[in-house]
Write a protein that binds this ligand. Sequence first.
Ligand code: GLN
Length: 455
Amino acid sequence: RIAAVDGAVGAFLDVDADKALADADAADAARREAGSAGDPVPELTGVPTAVKDLIVTRGQVTTAASRILEGWVPPYDATLVKNLRAAHLPILGKTNLDEFAMGGSTEHSAFGRTANPWDLERIPGGSSGGSAAAVGAFEAPVAVGTDTGGSIRQPAAVTGTVGVKPTYGTVSRFGVIAMASSLDTPGPMARTVLDTALLHDVIASYDPLDSTSLPDAPRGMADVVRAAQAGADLSGLRVGVIAELDGGEGYQPGVVDSFHQALTLLQDAGAAVETVSLPHLEYALDAYYLIMPAEASSNLARYDGMRYGLRVEPTEGPVTAETVMSATRGAGFGDEVKRRIILGTHVLSAGYYDAYYGSAQKVRTLVQRDFTAAWQQADVLVSPTAPVTAYRFGEKDDPLAMYKLDVTTIPANLAGVPAMSLPSGLSDGLPVGFQILAPQRADDRLYRVGAVLEQ
Ligand code: GLN
């Protein structure tokens, strides 16, 4: 399938078919061995998986879609990759993304863009656009993405697939190339809620190598899905429609219609739907675009041309640490990454720190308090995943126009709460995503509601 369609879709940066086949054989052997010993076998054993190229894989090139890491072969596996290997999920290859996960369209990769399988002239979303397109184009049954401000949910929405950002700390960040550490959340992507849950259960683990890993993160999501599918009943569940994200300026009418149709399905299943206001969401986007660049500018300081990755020496003048660093970073980073590093160092600089970074952190606290208050009124919150369906390549060349589309996904990252996107229908022939949010550690509610809605 990859050979047939990936020339047009461009979901993968690297495919290692021989290794994947060898791993599939090993999975068969493990299944037989466990079977004869009477041990339970993870259900996804042998299921080929695509992994976003922000996640390090031992012995397989990992680039973050950046020239600065071109050709870098990591000497270790991310913890979530170790979990995939332990459960014998063969890794098909590494998927494309916006460079260092900065973007929402996968147009900002140093190695070419990925197309949306629904319309090859349109974006697959981002930054996990390669993972979403691989799943959407039937190149991989399941994929891993990362979500810092929506990068799993928004690509899932625009490709008609399912994506989950688990509670922050559920899936280890060890070996996930850092963008904004307080927001980065790896998670599963698939074509159904059940497949997403199965992958969630494989990649989630407590990890002492990640200082923010949760020792008691929820597990057993696949069981939750199966129970919900059997009952198909949401009686007693309080669903809160986020007032600030329920249409208006910037929202495509077909997206809002699809969202409201899904709400009636929830009501039909017995849920009580009401509107809930989170007043500080108005400032969430602004706060994110200060906090995220600040953390990214600090995280990306390690690409200095000295330790690993690209090294460029200046063509004239003295060769010093300073000039090598400058030449390397000038040549290795793309425009979007440079823009955010400049913004991040600016907001962290003495004299501006309080006004920008400090204020943004205060807003983040206010957003978190809004969520805490909202959970008194609702068990889950819902909104459209993205204000618009997949747009055409080049349509959002102005960075601010692209940033603004993240308004629906960013609140979950600022608050660290889990969120799911699943398909709610089509608008003008293109998929629309429905977003469900739940309190921290209540990921099971996403899977319960998602499973019923999907039916
Ligand atoms: N689109 C958002 C951004 O550009 C989110 C990216 C992400 O979640 N990695 O920052």
